[in-house]
Design a binder for this molecule. Structure first.
Ligand code: HEC
Ligand code: HEC
Ligand code: HEC
Ligand code: HEC
Ligand code: HEC
Length: 330
């Protein structure tokens, strides 16, 4: 048996542990929906945290209330209030993270706002360092940097509701944390920059550069991020070629009803003629569990294999190619 391991654009190595250190700024494929929440200008935090606020404003956290698909489903519900908690949560710090977050009444269009994650019951700001500032009281909290970082994310991502599958439950039940993996490690890019900006009108000053994380969430609608979900390899077994896609994300793929991934593998002869083809599709029923492998079986062998992946997502107007690889088997 011949085994060829190759990395997806040399990215496979970054799935080791929590590194994910070469994450890039997300580049989601345009889907014709709102791309930036303009209401970000109304948030008190924005003038002093412009960089963070702009990142957040493009994330689905910011868009969680105005989201058209969400609003459409909400309109059909007899008791829509059951759908509010995670999309417009009151500050989470006041509540048991094992329970569904309670909703807030005001400023719904801010979705999962800065205050939802950062404001404590006494009004102080929870963060990764507890750095002293005259702007507000900052308190270091383990849920922002330490061993409990995933609890915050899991509070909303653990539950199956509406079209949502609780990917954080996969993460927890398979003990991904023990492998050094974390939600923020894979979904929030590491950056070096000051954590605050000078508020317009204030005298110039310098804030320390820090290692921070981008609030622009890494999204599966960024094809290059989605491709990282799999480590791909090919092997010959007898007269067949097997192409293996091992799920390297910290949870099932895909994790939302309505999404699917379609794969086509082809074995080619030296002239590029297709000798055999295999197709596979995964969706919310036939998903690839975390750490497991989807295998495409081709009834021929040849020197070359081509693998193409298409992403179908309710938020995309048409399927998007996220994977195209040609590689040789010696
Ligand atoms: C326990 C928390 C929670 C509750 C309660 C909740 N949601 Fe969500 N919702 C989420 C999460 C997390 C996502 C993101 C899932 C993803 O992207 O994989 C989401 C995403 C969605 C989306 C997808 C939006 C899009 O852009 O495609 C829709 C639609 C939606 N929710 C509808 C509902 C409806 C309807 C209800 C009430 C029945 C509801 N949600 C209640 C957590 C929740
Ligand atoms: C879904 C929860 C969530 C929301 C919403 C959120 N943050 Fe954060 N924030 C975090 C987490 C988690 C970290 C820590 C990341 C790390 O360093 O590991 C963080 C870190 C920070 C930091 C420290 C510097 C940095 O960038 O890491 C600042 C400042 C900050 N957030 C401000 C904001 C502001 C302002 C908003 C609204 C525009 C906001 N956050 C919205 C979860 C959130
Ligand atoms: C008047 C300006 C100002 C406003 C308004 C402001 N901040 Fe800050 N914030 C700062 C400064 C300055 C720092 C310290 C930066 C440093 O030392 O690196 C900071 C630090 C932080 C941190 C890091 C805390 C830590 O662990 O050290 C977080 C998180 C944060 N702010 C969130 C927020 C949120 C959320 C809001 C709105 C509710 C907000 N800030 C409003 C100026 C401001
Ligand atoms: C208060 C509930 C809540 C918390 C806490 C929360 N999320 Fe979310 N998250 C959501 C909802 C709701 C959506 C989907 C919104 C929509 O599509 O309308 C979402 C969407 C996402 C997406 C999908 C982005 C995309 O473009 O497809 C990712 C990734 C994500 N969250 C990661 C995280 C991470 C990492 C954390 C922890 C730092 C976190 N979430 C904390 C509720 C939450
Ligand atoms: C080892 C890296 C890794 C870890 C750890 C990880 N993710 Fe992901 N996540 C990914 C990749 C890659 C994708 C794209 C695959 C896909 O589209 O299903 C993704 C997709 C998602 C999505 C979109 C799913 C969908 O079907 O709409 C959400 C939401 C999400 N992750 C949340 C989380 C949360 C919450 C955690 C922590 C409990 C987490 N992720 C841990 C890599 C990771």
């Amino acid at each position: 048996m011949l085994l060829v391991r190759f990395s997806v654009a040399a990215l496979a190595a970054c799935f080791v542990g929590d590194s994910f250190h070469d994450l890039r700024k997300p580049e989601p494929v345009a889907d014709g929906r709102i791309a930036r929440l303009d209401a970000v200008e109304r948030i008190d935090c924005t003038p002093c945290h412009r960089d963070v606020a702009e990142e957040w404003a493009t994330s689905l956290h910011a868009l969680a209330w105005v989201d058209e698909l969400y609003q459409e489903e909400l309109a059909e519900k007899k008791k829509p209030e059951g759908c509010w908690g995670c999309h417009v949560p009151a500050p989470l710090a006041d509540h048991d993270l094992a329970q569904k977050p309670p909703p807030r009444e005001e400023d719904r269009e801010l979705g999962i706002s800065c205050a939802s994650c950062h404001v404590a019951a006494d009004g102080s700001i929870l963060g990764p360092w507890g750095a002293e500032t005259d702007a507000h009281r900052s308190v270091k909290d383990e849920r922002f940097a330490g061993s409990r970082a995933d609890e915050l994310c899991a509070a909303c991502h653990r539950t199956n509701v509406g079209p949502v599958l609780g990917v954080a439950k996969d993460f927890e039940t398979t003990d991904q944390k023990a492998k050094g993996r974390s939600c923020v490690g894979c979904h929030m890019q590491t950056l070096e920059r000051p954590a605050a900006n000078v508020r317009p009108g204030d005298p110039p000053r310098e804030f320390p550069r820090r290692t921070v994380r981008s609030h622009a969430l890494q999204t599966p609608r960024d094809p290059s991020f989605l491709a990282r979900a799999f480590e791909i390899s090919a092997r010959r077994v007898g007269g067949r070629t097997l192409v293996d896609l091992e799920n390297q994300s910290g949870h099932r793929v895909p994790g939302l009803i309505g999404r699917s991934l379609k794969f086509t593998a082809e074995v080619l002869d030296p002239q590029g003629t297709v000798l055999a083809t295999a197709k596979a599709e995964v969706d919310f029923r036939s998903f690839v569990p975390v750490d497991e492998t989807l295998t495409l079986e081709l009834a021929a062998t040849g020197p070359k294999v081509r693998l193409v992946g298409l992403h179908v997502d309710p938020r995309l107007t048409a399927p998007v190619e996220f994977l195209r690889r040609e590689f040789t088997i010696d």
